[in-house]
Design a protein around this ligand. Structure first.
Ligand code: AHR
Length: 487
């Protein structure tokens, strides 16, 4: 009875304080903290899916959060919280993945319903991996800290996607549901569709109203909000909706907090979009009203699959980063969500190392002043890199790993073509594979040398124009072999 009363209190102002202070349940046999799914349960809208690679979403949860697979021997390892209700034990991953690369293979459902997320299968569109499956996320591409503890998010490049088409307890038809997710508000694009939530069980476009998912990005093909984006919207199938009008809601702001809380919830002829800064402050409501003013969305025809990083028909054009998210049974009250937001801000998400590591650094040519760049943001293996005017694209962001790789997009590596060691060998991108032709020494004299060849990263023919290709060449002290790192 004491516990029930305390849980009820969690949706009141006093309850929020208790939850934030980590005191709910103290003096009982329960876990010491009340986490998001405890709060949703207290509000009468329990989680039916709970996914996070960074922390437990129940105070009592100590099971696996996610699974990684390493490329060196294709074995897998589960990563669990440091303690019940706690932050992920990133050291498990770091030890297991040391000297090799790891992919996130499973994001476990913490509700006990088995609604795990795994590599998305082909549907209306096929993914780039074997059998038309989508790619899996690189396990080290989104490092953060949570409450001062290291953890990793799910870094989604176009082509990456997770899904579960056989779920238990997820809303179908016009049943009410809610969902929140924490994203990196600075990592997005205009491709379709960086979603988390309810989708079709056959991975195909089954018509208006067959989805209800959180969307984040700046695509304007369907709906959009104020400014240039990115926006939190609802993917309801054949449309990303910012409000009741199919296209535009001035009340849905551009929002790009580094850690972003995004909420969509829906019940018969009623739905809402909410959002806020996952590091501090409260939630705002960006839409709260009736279903869209075009046919097919009232009543809804939700099917109950769960997607992450893709559209309902397995559209794979989107980019984004996911840290945690849940789906509920029932339409959560604003008060419940406000208490969840208080829990989120108290959790203490922060960038790892004070920078923005998944964004990497730019590699700037000493002679040209231009950046090492993957032409046209291509993700195709074998694309030769070039120098180009420095910009804001992820195709110019290189992450130096402990294995001496220079990674781009989280899963491609700067690579000496064909393991070449001769002058003129093309420098390309290729799937990271831990070979020495993908290892580089960033030297204090300003050169970058290939570990296998010993040759220098070189702007071909000492040219400085946009589009000048990069090659390996014997180190000669030339300024076309000088590089500086810029964050
Ligand atoms: O509703 C927007 C997108 O349209 C959906 O995610 C996808 O299934 C369809 O292409």
């Amino acid at each position: 009875m004491l516990l029930r009363n305390l849980r009820k209190a969690a949706v009141t102002g006093a309850g929020v304080l208790l939850a934030v202070a980590g005191l709910v349940g103290s003096g009982t046999a329960q876990a010491a903290t009340s986490q998001p799914c405890d709060i949703y349960a207290s509000g009468g809208t329990p989680c039916v899916a709970a996914h996070s690679t960074t922390r437990a979403l129940y105070g009592a949860y100590s099971g696996p959060l996610y699974q990684v697979r390493r490329s060196s021997d294709n074995t897998t390892r589960d990563v669990a919280p440091l303690s019940a209700g706690g932050v992920a034990n990133a050291a498990t991953q770091d030890a297991f993945c040391s000297g090799t690369t790891c992919l996130i293979t499973i994001i476990y459902d913490q509700t006990g319903r088995g609604n795990h997320l795994t590599q998305a299968p082909p549907g209306g569109f096929s993914g780039p991996a074997a059998g038309g499956y989508d790619n899996l996320a690189n396990a080290t591409a989104a490092p953060v800290t949570v409450g001062g503890q290291k953890a990793y998010g799910v870094y989604v490049n176009p082509g990456t996607g997770y899904r579960n088409n056989r779920t238990s307890g997820i809303a179908t038809g016009d049943q009410p549901e809610g969902m929140y997710a924490i994203f990196d508000g600075t990592h997005y694009n205009g491709g379709c569709c960086f979603d988390y939530g309810n989708a079709e069980t056959n991975s195909r476009d089954n018509g208006n109203g067959t989805m209800e998912a959180i969307y984040f990005g700046n695509i304007k093909v369907w709906g959009y909000g104020a400014g240039n984006g990115p926006w939190i919207m609802a993917d309801l199938e054949n449309g990303l909706f910012s409000g009741v009008n199919q296209h535009y809601n001035a009340g849905d702001p551009s929002i790009s907090h580094r850690f972003l809380t995004a909420i969509v919830k829906g019940e018969p002829n009623h739905w809402a979009i909410r959002g806020g800064n996952a590091q501090s402050g409260s939630l705002s409501t960006f839409y709260n009203g009736v279903r869209p003013n075009v046919s097919g969305y009232n009543p809804m025809k939700k099917e109950g699959a769960i997607i992450l990083g893709i559209g309902g028909d397995n559209s794979i054009g989107a980019a984004g980063t996911f840290y945690e998210g849940v789906m509920t049974s029932g339409y959560p009250s604003d008060a419940t969500e406000n208490a969840v937001q208080a829990n989120i801000t108290a959790a203490g998400y922060a960038v790892s190392g004070g920078g923005n590591p998944q964004q990497g650094v730019q590699i700037v040519g000493g002679q040209s002043g231009r950046c090492v760049d993957v032409p046209n943001s291509s993700t195709t293996n074998g694309t030769q890199v070039q120098i180009w005017d420095c910009g804001s694209g992820t195709n110019q962001r290189w992450t130096s790993t402990s294995g001496k790789q220079l990674q781009v997009y989280g899963n491609k590596c700067l690579d000496a073509n064909g393991q070449g060691t001769a002058n003129g060998t093309q420098v390309i991108i290729w799937d990271c594979n831990n070979q020495t032709n993908q290892q580089w020494n960033v030297n204090s004299n300003g050169t970058i040398t290939g570990v296998q060849s010993g040759l220098c990263l070189d702007a071909n023919a000492a040219a400085t124009a946009n589009g000048t290709k990069l090659i390996l060449w014997a180190c000669n002290g030339g300024s076309n072999q000088q590089w500086s790192l810029r964050s």
